[in-house]
Design a protein around this ligand. Structure first.
Ligand code: UDP
Length: 245
């Protein structure tokens, strides 16, 4: 049974990191494919306009609140989410868990140098995990069949898909019935974080719910993307109030 909060029409799991970890454990022990999505405010706002994305998110087995805006929005609905659980942190934990059970992981996404380096780092840090394949995220639709076949042939259990949103969600959804993995997670820039090509905000910013601010200062080009955060908050506030009796 999932404990979810519906935020602007999308069901987001209300859980803390330990509970998310328990879900991953359960998925790894099973034998069907589980889609994990990691929306922040920007992705939820996009999903309001993109019905296909909305449906895809609502069909996932686990939707974690990756952004502080999502956690804040849940309060408007009277069902405060326990804590922010990021895709990057959950992916790292997943690799740790995979290492102890000898899982096979396939990395799809990011630039070639970054995904190759991420594979090296994973082998170094998470001893016991088998990196069975890597593929950069710059491909066209004609390449997809080959990529899917490579993933199937690799017998991977865990598939990290870092193509940026909403491409990664749509990719996973499109091939969910073909893929034989146990977990397919849309991890955004997660591969770049593992490789070191991108840096997380220092812990202070993460804990203060200001990671978005840190990223804005470091990458001012993200300004337009960041304007989605207050828009999302207002929309969620309106949706929560208007939707109530
Ligand atoms: N990316 C990719 N293929 C593309 C576009 C982006 O593999 O066609 C990768 C990009 O290299 C990065 C990741 O997608 O590793 C996500 O980038 P972004 O910074 O947009 O992540 P987000 O902020 O959405 O988590």
């Amino acid at each position: 049974m999932r404990n979810t909060v519906e935020i602007v029409g999308i069901k987001v799991d209300n859980l803390d990191f330990m509970e998310a970890q328990a879900k991953v454990e359960q998925f790894l022990a099973g034998d069907s494919l589980n889609m994990i999505f990691t929306p922040n405010s920007e992705i939820l706002l996009d999903a309001v306009k993109d019905k296909e994305l909305e449906e895809i998110l609502n069909e996932a087995q686990l939707v974690i609140p990756d952004g502080i805006g999502v956690v804040i929005a849940s309060k408007f609905y009277g069902m405060p989410i326990k804590e922010r659980v990021t895709g990057v942190d959950l992916s790292a934990k997943m690799l740790e868990m995979g290492a102890s059970r000898g899982s096979k992981v396939f990395l799809l996404g990011a630039k070639q140098a970054s995904v190759e380096l991420a594979a090296e780092k994973i082998k170094e840090i998470y001893k016991g995990i088998d990196v069975v394949g890597v593929r950069n995220g710059y491909f066209s639709e004609e390449d997809e069949e080959t990529i899917i076949q490579d993933i199937i042939n690799s017998q991977a259990d865990i598939l990290l898909v870092g193509l940026g949103a909403p491409r990664q969600e749509k990719f996973i959804y499109k091939y969910k019935d073909k893929l034989k993995v146990k977990i397919a997670i849309g991890c955004g820039g997660g591969i770049d974080i593992i490789s070191g090509a991108a840096k997380r905000a220092p812990e202070f910013y993460q804990k203060a719910g200001l990671e978005w601010f840190y990223r804005l200062i470091k990458q001012p080009s993200r300004f337009m993307r960041m304007t989605k955060l207050p828009k999302f908050i207002l929309l969620a506030m309106y949706d929560a109030v208007a939707g109530r009796d």
